[in-house]
Design a protein around this ligand. Structure first.
Ligand code: SF4
Length: 101
């Protein structure tokens, strides 16, 4: 799984980064499991995170334990797309980072 994905990567690290939709993530950890570069970690939403979310998203997060994925190693992303395919909530998109536009 990871070996083939790694060899298929077409981009150097940092060209694209995963962006997680806080209104969709349910903390199911599929991204953590599939990423060959350990880009993601799961953690509790901080008060600041929650304040930045719309009410509906905060309620949904609360139902799911206020635990979501964070792309803490986004600079290591090679844009293989495994996390995008694996997320059951379609919460992840790849985007050009602000430092690369
Ligand atoms: S696209 Fe997703 S799975 Fe692939 S390296 Fe980037 S963060 Fe990891």
């Amino acid at each position: 799984m990871a070996t083939s994905a790694v060899s298929d990567c077409k981009h150097d690290p940092g060209v694209f980064v995963p962006v997680i939709d806080r209104s969709r993530c349910e903390g199911k950890e599929d991204c953590v499991q599939v990423c060959p570069y350990s880009v993601f970690e799961m953690r509790q939403l901080s008060d600041r995170d929650k304040r930045a979310m719309p009410l509906g998203a905060r309620l949904k997060a609360w139902v799911h334990g206020n635990r979501q994925a964070f792309a803490v190693g986004a600079q290591n992303c090679h844009a293989c797309g495994l996390c995008v395919s694996a997320c059951p909530e379609r919460a992840i998109k790849l985007s050009r980072p602000s430092w690369n536009v």
